[in-house]
Design a protein around this ligand. Structure first.
Ligand code: ZN
Length: 341
């Protein structure tokens, strides 16, 4: 098979996948952009703060710079360069070197001026949309385990969310009020995987990370604890995994020493540091990789510190309700905001 024929089939296959992913009535790209092919090798990006924003009918990869948010696909068009168009593509294709080259070229070129946007004007999209896995670690802060009367676990407690749980900065979480009442926040550090990891050692673990983000493992406690012992039904609900606004590349972050905070309607509820982790970042990745092959683009929610509503005395437990606003922050990773409806 000739190269051009193979390229056509790859392109047609990708188009078919796009068509299958779009639901009725949703807009989608009518064709993949034509453009230069990848020439650089694969690897994770370094030294960048990345985001997803909405424009031109779809989610687009952006890079935070001193000149504003760089619209990556637009800059690639203007400069005639290859670059990943979305965060999922960047991560899953391990296209870090291509992105770094584009950012360097755009930053130094007047031809790319139209690709820089003021960040105040953008609408954020979900940081990632289609990881293969969203793995979550429960009970991973010593003080949180204590506050809810749980024993410090001997192994990381694992559960999962789905891609449908993913939500965006400045998005809304629709509460299933007909099915549950005890809605609770859980600010968490989110690890974004950048390389395939299967049975990796703790020493190898951080080499497999693309970056880190602020997230919230939003939870319906009455479903988590009252429907048969599995946590999934209280945790993996549509929209119950807001992540963002940024992914900061792993080279810039010490994940085991970050201040972490959550506020409800402006009132601080959680304030801790990831140094209270029971299982550190390296241990979590190594442990999870013994059972599940972690792929580039996969997410790991790493547990929440003390201060959740579940940990309060019953008389003080006022569960979250429609209209509440939640702000979450991890030191250096940006503030994630969402509202309940
Ligand atoms: Zn959690």
């Amino acid at each position: 098979m000739g190269q051009s024929r193979r390229d056509f089939l790859v392109r047609a296959g990708a188009l078919g996948a796009l068509g299958a992913a779009a639901a009725c009535g949703e807009s989608r790209a009518s064709a993949l952009p034509e453009g230069p092919a990848r020439t650089l090798g694969r690897g994770v990006a370094r030294g960048l703060t990345l985001l997803t924003f909405r424009g031109d009918g779809g989610d687009r990869l952006g890079v935070r710079t001193e000149r504003g948010v760089l619209d990556v696909p637009r800059a690639a068009d203007l400069l005639g360069m290859y670059a990943p168009a979305t965060m999922d593509a960047l991560l899953q294709e391990e296209d870090g070197p291509s992105l770094e080259a584009l950012v360097a070229a755009a930053t130094g070129s007047s031809d790319a001026g139209a690709a820089f946007l003021p960040e105040e004007g953008i609408e954020y999209g979900p940081l990632v949309s289609r990881p293969e896995k969203v793995v979550c670690v429960g009970l991973n802060y010593a003080n949180h385990a204590r506050e809810i009367g749980a024993q410090v676990p001997a192994w990381p407690v694992l559960f999962n969310k789905f891609n449908g749980s993913l939500n965006r900065h400045r998005g809304t979480v629709a509460l299933p009020v007909a099915e549950a009442t005890n809605f609770d926040y859980e600010v968490e550090l989110v690890i974004v995987m950048g390389r395939r990891a299967r049975n990796v050692t703790e020493a190898e673990a951080l080499d497999c990370v693309a970056g880190y983000a602020t997230g919230n493992d939003f939870t319906a406690r009455d479903l988590q604890n009252g429907r048969g012992g599995q946590w999934m039904v209280g945790k993996a609900i549509d929209g119950f995994a807001p992540v963002g606004p940024y992914m900061v590349t792993g080279d810039q972050v010490d994940p085991d020493n970050l201040d972490i905070e959550c506020r409800v309607n402006g009132e601080t509820r959680q304030s801790s540091n990831t140094s209270d982790f029971i299982f550190g970042t390296r241990q979590m990745i190594s442990y999870i990789s013994k059972f599940f092959t972690l792929l580039p683009g996969d997410l790991i929610f790493t547990g929440t510190p003390e201060g959740v509503i579940q940990g309060m005395p019953p008389a003080r437990q006022v569960w979250l309700k429609p209209g509440d606003r939640i702000d979450c922050s991890l030191q250096g990773l940006g503030e994630l905001t969402f509202e309940l409806v």
